[in-house]
Design a protein around this ligand. Sequence first.
Ligand SMILES: Nc1ncnc2c1ncn2[C@@H]1O[C@H](COP(=O)(O)OP(=O)(O)OP(=O)(O)O)[C@@H](O)[C@H]1O
Ligand SMILES: [Mg+2]
Length: 268
Amino acid sequence: MLESIGLTLRPGEYLAIMGESGVGKSTLLNLLAGLDRADAGSVELEGVNLAGLDDDATTLLRRRAVGFVFQAFHVLPYLTVRQNVALPLELLAVPDPERRRRTLEMLEAVGIGGLAERFPRELSGGEVQRIAIARALVHRPRLVLADEPTGNLDPRSATQILTLLRDQIKANAGAGILITHSRTAAETADRILRLDAGGLHEIGGGAGRDGAVERGGAAVGRSDSAVERAGAVERAGAVERAGAVERAGAGERAGGAQIGRVSGTPAA
Ligand SMILES: Nc1ncnc2c1ncn2[C@@H]1O[C@H](COP(=O)(O)OP(=O)(O)OP(=O)(O)O)[C@@H](O)[C@H]1O
Ligand SMILES: [Mg+2]
């Protein structure tokens, strides 16, 4: 699974990835989030190679740096809407008045402010999807990974949510990957890549131009020297970035720093 991938995400980059069912899109996101382990190649998050971290350290890094909208939502049924969305802040020990305020703001932003004290089973599929999106964004992660986040929404709501997703990623100086089967949805990203058996290929979009798929071929994950070189340059900023997760705003982003990287031939 997933051979020859060379993908580097830098601050401000928002990519859409399309591709046939079963090709490995969700697997790729799981690798980047440290939910799956690569048994070849390497995966780095904020310049840290996940292979060098144990499960606890990976979890801590993920909590802080990643917001994940799962394809299957994974909303907790016994928690209210508000409690579900507050979870990432709770895990980061954000104290209560602030936690509550940010949670309610996020619920408003995704259009379910009025449902805060309801339980997921009392909501429509589209409303549950909004919980999952709010939960992925509430802690302002540097890397947002969204796996078909609007599959259950009507086109108008989908566009509204995708715009919100995009705006939040940009506002946090973060990076994002949107997995989707919808070309219309994909168009909300800066660039569109296709994942197939040969790797990742650019197929459209085009606001940000530098380095989503590493240069020198469409899928050049095997080019170790390129990976090494880029890694050396970017690692310099890693420590500094690690301490500055809760950055104040977009202005502080380091130009060439990497947020996420999958390289070589990670297999899962
Ligand atoms: N936990 C797992 N253990 C073993 N194989 C898995 C696991 N999860 C997925 N797979 C397999 O890995 C391949 C890629 O799955 P993945 O979920 O990444 O596809 P996808 O591109 O996200 O597809 P879709 O568009 O349908 O969501 C599939 O053949 C799938 O059956
Ligand atoms: Mg999938």
